[in-house]
Design a binder for this molecule. Structure first.
Ligand code: WT7
Length: 659
């Protein structure tokens, strides 16, 4: 290829602000009828049965939706099913036992393939082992594991016996593990000895043990997967078990999948909010699984014969819904990669796409911005022609990154779906349907069929096209969280109080995102409007970080804000007041960083720490975060006249530029 057409192409792409779905894609797409929006509207909520119909039920539901206790909605009420049966057994029974279910790539280059038959065997054996340990239906099992196949196997084993899992992201700290186990009263832990990052073996077991010391109740059993091959060095006591030995002891055993009520909890997933305490989001068996399967079918266009790859970590909701439950419910081949995208080289992901002939690829804008930074030469030697659809999730994607993805990864022949959703929504909510809608870079798209997404003013009126407001969802949907674990009150407070009117039984879900909308009802999500940061697509509560910082001796007060970051989207900026007699020196800086990493994990590592004698406060004593954000971004400062201590602003700016 000569340079010239490329330049022309770039210029054309730069100008273009909407893209038709490629014809070749539409011809084969799962959903192509634009009438689907109307169908859902006219036949709501019954149209949602088409989601539930993607699954096999032990007992059909009596009612699609029960709204009596809104906002505690119930879906597919009276129905019974088992999630593991739906993700594994039925594909074995339907003649696809030899098809690959999971293809795993270790960071060092090892690979493992599990056919549906293999997965069936593994899930059954581990389910038998869990049961033998004493895990009963409704016991919460914590899974603190990295991207190894034993993680989805353990999730499905839990689902098989009706024990909800609570997966804790492996990159989270020991403290974070303890907090989550305490909150869920979880008495069982499955973890591993370690895993690889950039070629180094990380000791995970040590972190797990430290976390266990922070658990306030008795922990019955701890199962340790031997990922690094250092067997037996990692046992601490009688309630520790080696995963392989347990499974060997249950060789060939079968466990009847437990029929779960549609509304029974499938799993808990903790996520950050505005307070220091993470929220335990509760997802159910019927509604969640239907929704994960339906969106995987309609948006990701997954077919059983595909090789599908979502590069997220299973420790986040994206991995739950779109590495494990959605794809496996549809009986496809789902990929898992243990490592980092630039190890050993910056073409690692494309090597995996090429080698496995990946059809569908789903990743985050932060990853795409890294690819852009590394340069397109890392893709050029790789055959990516197997790709049919591309997706992004986790944060707003800027049009430049969208177009780069579309052109350099998708070769202008794959639709790109920009999917807005949250841990709480269970699955995608706002996105184009790739076989139906045109795409507009930078704008996620309309609400999915049946999803009543509206951008509104504080007075609840819809905004005019182009105006910013709050994103809301004004009808329930099957994948929605049902409550915050053991905290119904906080559930109502966090998501419903802002816009609902209980007296007239009007319930409006508020996800705490700002957004705007255009004349075609395409929604552009602008980001969080609460004190939650989005760092590389990971949600971090500023309060959680602040409380870790004020725990450092020598720090009196701290404010954390998000500053713009080229690759991460947002980065953690810390402004801290030192105690009388303490120097804001390198040593203190290090201790702040260490404490944040210990309390949360490396993902929350501060980008910048500024020590200051005061923080800008309003007369009522509230920290002016906006102002601190402006300082972090080098933006022009907003009004400072309402400050109690306006002089401090210049002082802080001076300290920032001195750094
Ligand atoms: C927050 C949810 C959904 C799985 C990953 C994150 C932001 C998510 C988009 C998108 C703009 C997005 C929102 C949301 N977000 N997807 N396509 N465009 N923003 O899940 O940790 O629960 O975070 O991520 O701010 O509220 P999460």
């Amino acid at each position: 290829m000569t340079d010239e057409p490329d330049v022309e192409l770039e210029a054309r792409l730069e100008e273009q602000d909407s893209f038709e779905p490629p014809e070749e894609f539409v011809e084969q797409a799962n959903v192509t009828d634009p009438g689907i929006y109307e169908e859902f509207e006219e036949n709501w909520p019954d149209a949602w049965e088409q989601a539930a119909d993607l699954l096999d039920w032990d007992d059909e539901w009596d009612e699609v939706l029960v709204e009596e206790d809104a906002p505690f909605y119930e879906w597919f009420v009276g129905g019974e099913l088992n999630a593991a049966y739906n993700c594994v057994d039925r594909h074995v029974e339907n003649g696809r036992k030899n098809q690959a279910a999971i293809r795993w790539e270790g960071e060092l280059g090892e690979t493992r393939t599990y056919t549906y038959q293999d997965l069936y065997r593994e899930v059954n054996e581990f389910a038998a082992a869990l049961r033998d340990l004493g895990v009963e239906e409704d016991d919460v099992v914590t899974l603190y594991m990295p991207m190894i196949p034993e993680l989805p196997i353990a999730m499905l084993a839990c689902a098989r016996i009706g024990a909800p899992h609570s997966v804790v992201f492996a990159g989270f700290s020991a403290d974070a593990l303890a907090t989550r186990m305490n909150s869920a009263d979880s008495e069982y832990l499955v973890t591993c000895d370690g895993y690889y990052r950039r070629g180094d073996a990380l000791n995970h077991k040590e972190k797990a043990d430290e976390g266990l010391r922070g658990v306030e109740h008795e922990v019955e059993d701890i199962v340790v997967v031997d990922r690094l091959g250092d067997k037996l060095t990692h046992f601490l006591g009688a309630n520790y078990h080696d995963y392989d030995e347990l499974v060997d002891d249950h060789d060939g055993e079968r466990v009847e999948p437990v029929s779960r009520d549609a509304e029974d909890m499938l799993f808990l997933m903790y996520t950050s909010g505005t307070t220091g305490q993470p929220k335990g989001v509760k997802h159910t068996t019927g509604g969640y699984l239907s929704y994960a399967a339906w969106t995987s079918h309609a948006v990701l266009d997954i077919e059983p014969e595909d090789t599908y790859w979502c590069s997220a970590d299973i420790g986040w909701i994206t991995g739950h819904s779109y590495i494990v439950y959605g794809p496996l419910a549809l009986g496809t081949t789902t990929m898992m990669y243990e490592g980092t995208p630039d190890y050993p080289e910056k073409d690692r992901l494309w090597e995996i796409v090429e080698k496995n002939a990946v059809d569908i690829f789903y990743t985050a804008p932060t990853a795409i911005r890294s690819f852009m930074k590394w340069g397109k030469e890392h893709l050029e030697g790789r055959d990516l022609s197997s790709l049919r659809l591309l997706g992004t999730v986790g944060e707003p994607i800027n049009p430049r990154a969208w177009k780069w993805y579309y052109k350099h990864v998708g070769d202008e022949s794959c639709p790109v779906v920009d999917t807005w959703w949250q841990t709480e929504t269970g699955g995608m909510m706002v996105t184009t349907l790739p076989g139906v809608n045109e795409m507009k870079p930078g704008s996620a798209g309309p609400g999915l069929p049946g999803v009543d997404a509206k951008v509104i003013h504080p007075d609840k009126e819809e905004v005019e096209p182009g105006q910013a407001g709050h994103l809301t969802v004004q009808k329930p949907w099957p994948g929605m969280l049902r409550t915050l674990y053991q905290n119904d009150e906080r559930f109502v407070q966090e998501y419903w109080e802002e816009y609902s009117d209980p007296d007239s039984d009007e319930w409006i879900y508020f996800p705490e995102d700002g957004a705007k909308v255009d004349e075609d009802d395409y929604i552009t999500v602008l980001g969080r409007v609460d004190d939650v940061l989005n760092v590389s697509g990971h949600r971090l509560g500023t309060m959680e970080i602040e409380s870790a910082i004020v725990g450092v001796p020598g720090v009196a007060e701290a404010a954390v804000v998000g500053g713009d970051h080229e690759v991460k989207g947002e980065a953690v900026y810390v402004y801290a007041i030192t105690e009388e007699g303490t120097d804001g020196d390198e040593d203190l800086r290090e201790r702040v960083v260490d404490n944040v990493e210990d309390a949360i994990g490396p993902i929350a590592r501060p980008e910048e720490i500024v020590f200051t004698p005061e923080l800008p406060k309003t007369r009522s004593g509230k920290i002016m975060r906006r102002l601190l954000e402006d300082i972090a971004n080098g933006d022009e400062l907003g009004n400072t006249s309402t400050l109690r201590n306006p002089d401090i602003v210049d002082d802080i700016q001076q300290r920032v530029s001195d750094d």
